[in-house]
Design a protein around this ligand. Structure first.
Ligand code: VGL
Ligand code: ZN
Length: 202
């Protein structure tokens, strides 16, 4: 049984460079893959996003930015994690893909036809976003807060996200901030249970 048609599952930046061994590895980042795979069969629409930087991107240290080079367009590090099930991903979005612009919100990305995330979600009459992926304190946070401000009801799957934690509590703080903004923090077990009961968790 699929969640009602007004819901989309958003897989934020589940890329090799954000997983152990990657250029900007997030601790246990690869653990988001199994959670994403377990949720996908229960959603009618699945959106994947990727951080997608040119080689001399403004966010890289050599240009004065905060990060080591990561998610360089066309490299293995920018690929989705190989264990992520692609069979039901309906749309792929790419963001921060021009040299002088960084972006953490996936709403700033575009798909292969140049459409924005908001445009695609509205075309399906989506009103609820369920979010898993990387990283809690950067792209998940920014996307989720942007989604709230655009009028979506947003659910963050707490066991399906992991944080960079430049400071040790950044991930926790980001979750608190999202919660204060009206975001629902739910576990994958709660999402799957409410699915069987036929309603969305609140
Ligand atoms: C991200 C740091 C730099 C993210 C992207 O996807 O959360 N974090 N670029
Ligand atoms: Zn980046």
């Amino acid at each position: 049984m699929k969640r009602s048609l007004d819901s989309a599952l958003v897989l934020v930046d589940i890329q090799n460079d954000f997983c152990p061994g990657g250029a900007l590895a997030v601790a246990k980042g690869d653990e988001t893959v199994a959670v994403a795979n377990s949720l996908m069969p229960h959603f009618p629409l699945i959106i994947s996003t990727q951080d997608w930087h040119p080689i001399n991107h403004v966010s890289f240290k050599e240009r004065g930015g905060p990060w080591p080079p990561h998610c360089v367009q066309g490299t293995q590090g920018a690929d989705l994690h190989p264990a992520l099930n692609r069979t039901r991903i309906g749309h792929y979005f790419f963001k921060a893909s021009s040299v002088d612009n960084d972006a953490y919100s996936e709403f700033e990305g575009t798909d292969d036809k140049g459409r924005s995330l908001d445009e695609v979600l509205r075309s399906y009459e989506v009103t609820r976003l369920y979010v898993v992926g990387l990283a809690t304190d950067y792209c998940v946070r920014a996307t989720v807060l942007d989604g709230v401000s655009r009028g979506y009801q947003v659910y963050v799957c707490t066991d399906g996200v992991r944080a960079v934690n430049v400071d040790a509590r950044d991930g926790e703080k980001a979750l608190e901030e999202m919660s204060s903004a009206g975001v629902h923090l739910v576990t994958s077990a709660e999402i799957l249970q409410s699915e069987l009961a036929g309603f969305a968790p609140s």
